[in-house]
Design a protein around this ligand. Structure first.
Ligand code: IMP
Ligand code: MG
Length: 196
């Protein structure tokens, strides 16, 4: 972080953590989950997922973009079952840090859903609006099973219609970035999760 940026941060002009990079200066960053912790936990979750589904049954792993892209890439490589990958794009947040609760489906998976084991992969469950909206939309298409795997769960959602069967970490109720999670599109590429 440059001196000017540091002063800007101190003065509240530059958001905390704006200088965060994978290597180098992490002064002032509050790393919540390290790369190593995440990798270990993702392997554990993949083992649990592998055991949950009968051998030989094929999964359709549906990643919710953009936040799940790194998590999904690590997760599917450790799942020992035949699977296909597709994505869903939903949008509820603008550039702010609070959910609008108004979730739009921007891209619908091309893959057929009916009679398949669908595993939805989320980066983080916050208000639950996104999960509820997707569970409704996907449930209507008669999957053989529908489960949710979330890297992070803030446990603030009051009425989740689909509880995640697998959760990486019970996350603190603050705004988190890295490992796919963004703040106004910054920080997705970080290999760790930090608090802003
Ligand atoms: P929900 O609909 O309120 O549960 O929000 C879910 C979506 O909001 C996630 O898929 C994220 O993209 C985003 N989100 C929620 N909390 C955070 C956070 O702490 N950091 C970054 N993105 C978040
Ligand atoms: Mg986001």
């Amino acid at each position: 972080m440059t001196d000017a940026a540091h002063e800007g941060h101190r003065a509240g002009i530059i958001p905390a953590g704006h200088w965060l990079t994978n290597e180098g200066d992490r002064d002032g960053a509050r790393i919540i989950y390290t790369h190593e912790q995440i990798q270990q936990r993702v392997r554990e979750m993949a083992d649990e997922i592998t055991r949950y589904y009968p051998a030989g049954e094929e999964l359709l792993v549906l990643g919710l973009l953009k936040g799940s892209f790194i998590f999904l890439a690590d997760l599917v490589r450790a799942i020992n079952r035949p699977l296909h990958v597709d994505f869903i794009v939903a949008s509820s947040y603008g550039s702010g840090t609070t959910s609008s609760g108004n979730v739009r489906l921007l891209y619908d998976p091309m893959a057929p859903i009916a009679d398949r084991h669908v595993l939805l992969v989320e980066d983080i469950v916050d208000s639950g609006s996104t999960v509820n909206r997707l569970a409704e939309a996907l449930g209507e298409r008669q999957p053989k099973s529908l489960e949710l795997c979330a890297l992070l769960h803030k446990h603030v959602a009051a009425d989740l219609t689909l509880e995640p069967r697998w959760v990486g970490f019970d996350a603190p109720r603050e705004f988190l970035v890295g490992y796919g999670l963004d703040h106004a599109e910054d920080f997705r590429h970080l290999s760790f999760v930090a608090g802003l």
